[in-house]
Write a protein that binds this ligand. Structure first.
Ligand SMILES: [Zn+2]
Length: 478
């Protein structure tokens, strides 16, 4: 290349870069725009849902009955609430804050306003700002009405109740919302939000932080703090949420465009509260609480130390699958026969069929030990094997111990080409080895239909026939 051409090239490049900067979207230099997702529910439905779920949560988890700690958390919470941008405020919502006496670094908020902050989260945070960051994130899910927005989306698949809770009848339609939650309110917080919703909650959370006088980067800092204290494997806020490295960067990027109003940085109260919490005996994890029966009347008793002697539920109370089957019909999509002593439990765009005792919860997620999960997911590829690979790696993200124990086998699913693969896993709730069989096929619209069968390794022989029968009975209506 001669000198003249190099010069031309350089000029050309400089021009290109100038053009690129000129045409860059304005948002690159400003706050990210956040808006509501489609939602068929009324804000009053959010309130009803949340109220029911809160009642159930308080039956399941022990509240910390310490008026000083509660008043403090309530104060920080209300400061965040008044800092919610006006377009995301709802006069119907009533925000309140309670502390759960559990050690997991976690917090959850329910539609319409109730929020539960774990004692472990307060103890892990290094500053009030870090604690407020987690609360602002959870608050944002509520303000953006993510619970009912996700339910609206699920309704399109005719699997509405899925989001609203695990188990129970599907009444359908926004009018049924209040009735649905009657039996399954607590399931509301079992839901996992999509990555998109999580990013929005981070970004709105950062804005709320700045408005409330906190450094929005403290929300990002909390991820590091959690990782330093046992990492994402410890369950809780990180494991319920997608990849923390990206979130850390994204929040810090957004923070550049936020002005902190009336900044206050005074951690004296926070330190005093932490000191007070150190005076309590070790808290159980949420999984331990649920394993031990998890029924908390939550009355009287100002000191939680004697909460450890709840009777343990026998671990193996799982009924054998009945040899009689009943038909379950998901009218728009499929029909399947399942043992008549199994329940169906909705979860996202999927339904679980499981025996009584075949599921429990760990870190606020429903965890199945026995049963079959049928669901639909979107993948980037229309090639069955690639789509299945994609699906398996998304499963693996949530289940770090999941390992293939076979190669793909060709099979037929409802008369269509399918793939099956057997995997091993360690169950999150029980810690026991389990077998996870995954079968996939494609729907006419290109989406991937999957059937996941789970049982403990030691029980596998008792379930294999049942799984086969269920798979053989499947009919697709798409
Ligand atoms: Zn979240």
């Amino acid at each position: 290349m001669n000198r003249q051409r190099i010069k031309n090239t350089t000029r050309w490049l400089a021009w290109l870069m100038a053009a690129a900067i000129a045409t860059m979207p304005l948002t690159a230099f400003a706050q990210t725009k956040i808006s509501y997702h489609g939602n068929k529910f009324q804000p009053t439905d959010d309130v009803k849902l949340g109220r029911q779920a809160a009642a159930e949560a308080e039956q399941q988890f022990p509240l910390l009955r310490d008026s000083e700690v509660n008043a403090y958390v309530e104060r920080v919470g209300q400061r965040l609430v008044t800092s919610i941008p006006s377009e995301f405020q709802h006069s119907e919502f009533r925000y309140y804050f309670k502390v759960i006496n559990a050690s997991d670094i976690n917090a959850f908020a329910l539609p319409g306003g109730p929020m539960y902050v774990n004692r472990g989260m307060i103890e892990a945070a290094r500053t009030e700002g870090e604690m407020a960051g987690v609360m602002a994130h959870e608050l944002s899910h509520v303000a953006l009405r993510h619970g009912t927005a996700q339910a609206t989306k699920a309704q399109k698949y005719g699997l509405l109740a899925g989001i609203l809770g695990i188990g129970g009848a599907i009444l359908g339609g926004p009018a049924g919302a209040a009735a649905q939650i009657g039996s399954q309110g607590v399931g509301v917080y079992f839901l996992k939000f999509s990555r998109e919703y999580e990013t929005e909650a981070d970004l709105l959370g950062a804005r709320i932080m700045a408005n409330a006088g906190y450094d929005p980067r403290d929300l990002a800092n909390m991820f590091r703090t959690i990782e330093a204290q046992g990492g994402s494997g410890g369950g809780g806020f990180l494991s319920d949420h997608p990849s923390s490295a990206n979130r850390y960067a994204r929040i810090n990027q957004e923070a550049q465009y936020l002005r902190v109003q009336n900044r206050t940085r005074d951690d004296r109260q926070f330190s005093a509260i932490k000191e007070r919490l150190r005076g309590y005996p070790r808290a159980q994890t949420m999984a331990e609480i649920q394993r031990n029966g998890g029924r908390y009347p939550n009355q009287g008793n100002d000191y939680p130390s004697d909460r450890t002697n709840y009777p343990s539920a026998p671990r193996d109370r799982v009924e054998y699958p009945s040899s009689r089957y009943r038909v379950y019909s998901e009218s728009q999509l499929f029909r399947v026969s399942v043992p008549d002593n199994w329940r169906e439990l909705q979860q996202g765009n999927a339904v679980w069929f499981a025996p009584n005792g075949g599921y429990s919860s760990a870190n606020g997620q429903a965890v199945f030990t026995h049963g079959v999960n049928i669901g639909v997911t979107q993948t980037n590829s229309r090639n069955l094997q690639q789509a299945t690979n994609e699906f398996l790696s998304s499963l693996q993200q949530g289940n770090g111990n999941l390992r293939a124990r076979s190669n793909y086998q060709r099979t037929y699913v409802a008369g269509r080409n399918g793939l099956s693969i057997s995997l091993s896993n360690t169950n999150e709730a029980t810690g026991r080895a389990e077998v996870v069989n995954v079968v996939t096929t494609q729907l006419r619209n290109g989406e991937l239909l999957y059937i996941i069968a789970v049982s403990p390794e030691s029980d596998y022989n008792n379930y294999q026939n049942t799984f086969q029968n269920i798979l053989r009975s499947l009919q697709l209506n798409d």
